[in-house]
Design a protein around this ligand. Structure first.
Ligand code: AMP
Length: 634
């Protein structure tokens, strides 16, 4: 745990960035503090008011029930999340509004209105029904990031089947493991995905994964390159199911606590776990944050750079933007392909107003240099939000300067959450000052604290401890699929609270800093140092694009620090560079945090969702078993 009086590089970051007045004046949530207080003083009233904005087939008899560690929201209520995503908009005059603008790496574009999307989801839902899929059945979706992927998810939800999306590109073993864990009856896949101009053979991976698996009754395949070819036994053509399915498929009436999906966490540590989210509470909570935090207006274009393989893609590509009736851009492939200016080109071309991206993307843009963003008109970009990893001050400040015109038109903020929380818990909102290095404050509904291992609150400002959640909100996960004991563990590691696995601290103004996973904290000569601190110091050197540090056993000091560094375009590895970086860290943090070794790498190992995998670097370094690396990006 990072403790007071020790290394506090990030704490020395005192810059404060004020939100642009133009953003503040039109923000939906004018008084974040008042809203927050309202949400925690009477959560049942607060959330039932939000739920009242949506359509239910039958209202709840009771709002909340907690039998620690399990809980329920909107008890006895009946609903279907897709009814709120689709039918409600078609009925309310948004039939011809664009729901999705999908972009392909090759420049292709497809626009789906709410009306058209509803039709396709209905047809495909009927198609799934014709295969015998019904309420409660599990369906694994291994689809490229395409409208067909989203349609498959929505069609499952429509008929009450529980989807489990597996990021398209995971290996045979991880796909098979997830199919078996969920006991999925149907697998929906594509024949190929496209990334960086190459084909990913999804069909081949699926064929290997289902071989000998009796549990899988059907494989539905969406064929982009192999249409018309004969299909093996068990296989069904996606487009055929779609075209033969009748155009109306009434949404299955679901209990608000019925499972909507299983999603295996990205697994930077340990074995992936099947996080379960439900129809009712998830619908209410993710919608609320989309409306109030992302602040997307009726006329806005929202772009989320995540993937349907991650929770951000579930909540903020597919479900919440549709519930809110927004227009969302998403794109298959690599964000810097076919050229490094692609990111900017999309903002300019589609007039993107609000974005959701990840620190790794911003650091990649930084790496390509300052000139590129200045070649595009980015003035529509009002609000750029970022989550997934600590957003280092350098990347935030660079983004503010180059993508937001130094606040002339835009603002960049951080938010923190996990697969388990379904939506954001900490964040800097549109009306709040941003403090580089700090995520922000608890968002409505989230009662968080920082505690020691015994669960005692740490009230002293800027003293690190374990980040915990004290009570469940509607969009919090309900269980670990097939493993309630593992679920209970999360609520019992520290008595009386849910342990997020992260280390954080809080300043006198209530802004949190999430330092990283508890397992990533280093111990050097008795000093506990967050890996994020040393990484931030390294990245603040002008030659460095990204950095990861690990601890290596050291007889004298307990642990010594090894740093892995990728350089910005235009800087080259050399012994002089190593020396310069060490001097820089010494100046920024003091001698205790200077890495004893530094290694240059062309890129750092990351999970497919863009999180640096320190665990793998450490295992390689020490010749240990890296554990589960199925989520590693190749
Ligand atoms: P996942 O469930 O795969 O989305 O990973 C969640 C984890 O990512 C969190 O527990 C944090 O360790 C990390 N994380 C997410 N957002 C942030 C953020 N804004 N700052 C720091 N860490 C973050």
């Amino acid at each position: 745990m990072v403790q007071q009086g020790q290394i506090d590089h990030l704490l020395q970051e005192t810059a404060v960035i004020q939100p642009p007045p133009s953003l503040v004046s039109q923000a939906f949530l004018q008084d974040q503090q008042a809203e927050y207080q309202r949400s925690i003083q009477d959560p049942e009233k607060f959330w039932s008011e939000v739920a009242g904005e949506l359509e239910w087939f039958k209202p709840w008899s009771k709002v909340f029930q907690w039998d620690y560690p399990t809980f329920k929201w909107f008890i006895d209520a009946k609903c279907n999340i897709t009814y709120n995503c689709l039918d409600r908009h078609v009925a309310q005059g948004r039939k011809n509004k664009a729901a999705f603008i999908w972009l392909g790496e090759d420049g292709s574009e497809r626009v789906y209105t709410y009306g058209r999307l509803a039709q396709m989801v209905n047809r495909f839902a009927n198609g799934l029904r014709s295969l015998g899929v019904g309420k409660g059945d599990r369906v694994v979706i291994y689809m490229p990031l395409t409208p067909e992927g989203a349609i498959a998810m929505l069609a499952c939800a429509r008929i009450g089947a529980v989807h489990s999306v597996v990021y398209a590109g995971f290996s045979v073993g991880s796909l098979q493991g997830r199919i078996l864990d969920a006991q999925a009856k149907v697998l929906i896949t594509g024949d190929v995905g496209y990334r960086r101009g190459s084909k990913v053979d999804l069909g081949g991976i699926c064929a290997d994964a289902v071989e000998g698996l009796d549990v899988v009754e059907h494989v539905v395949i969406w064929r982009r390159e192999s249409a018309g070819e004969p299909l093996p036994e068990k296989y069904v053509d996606f487009d055929q199911l779609l075209s033969e399915g009748a155009i109306h498929c009434p949404a299955e009436e679901m209990d608000s606590e019925d499972p909507l999906y299983i999603l295996y966490t990205s697994g930077t540590t340990g074995k992936p776990k099947g996080v379960v989210h439900v129809h009712g509470g998830y619908m209410v909570g993710t919608y609320y944050h989309f409306k109030t935090y992302w602040d997307v207006k009726d006329n806005d274009v929202f772009w989320c750079t995540s993937d349907i393989g991650w929770v951000v893609g579930h909540s903020y590509i597919v479900y919440a933007p549709l519930i809110a009736g927004a227009t969302t851009v998403f794109r298959e492939g690599a964000i810097d392909y076919p050229h490094p200016g692609m990111f900017y080109e999309i903002i300019e071309k589609y007039g993107v107003n609000v974005m959701f991206t990840a620190p790794t993307v911003l650091r990649m843009l930084m790496r390509y240099g300052d000139d590129l963003p200045q070649k595009y008109d980015l003035r529509t970009l009002r609000y750029l939000t970022c989550a997934g990893e600590p957003l280092n001050p350098e990347a935030l400040k660079w983004t503010y300067e180059y993508l937001c015109g130094n606040g002339e038109w835009g603002y960049v903020v951080d938010n923190w959450w996990q697969t388990e929380t379904g939506g954001p818990c900490l964040g800097t909102t549109a009306t709040m000052a941003a403090k580089p290095g700090r995520v922000g404050v608890p968002l409505p509904g989230a009662v968080l604290d920082i505690v020691d291992r015994e669960g005692q609150p740490i009230t002293e400002p800027d003293k690190g401890g374990l980040l915990v959640i004290k009570q469940p909100f509607p969009h919090f996960f309900r269980t670990v699929y097939g493993d309630p004991d593992r679920y209970a563990q999360d609520w019992n590691t520290i008595p009386g609270v849910y342990f997020t696995g992260d280390v954080a601290l809080r300043d006198a103004e209530g802004y949190y800093m999430v330092v990283g996973r508890a397992d990533d904290v280093l111990n050097v000569a008795g000093h506990r140092i967050g890996s994020a601190e040393v990484e931030s110091a390294l990245v603040s050197h002008p030659a460095v694009a990204e950095a990861a540090v690990i601890g290596k056993p050291d007889e004298l000091r307990g642990e010594s620090i090894k740093g892995f560094v990728t350089l910005r375009v235009g800087s080259d590895p050399s012994d002089e560079m190593i020396e310069a970086l060490k001097v820089h860290v010494r100046r920024e943090l003091g001698p205790i945090a200077v890495p004893s070794e530094l290694e240059f790498m062309p890129s750092l190992p990351k999970t497919r969702s863009g999180k640096i995998m320190r665990r793998l670097l450490k295992a390689n370094e020490l010749g240990l078993d890296p554990g589960d690396i199925t989520t590693l990006e190749e």
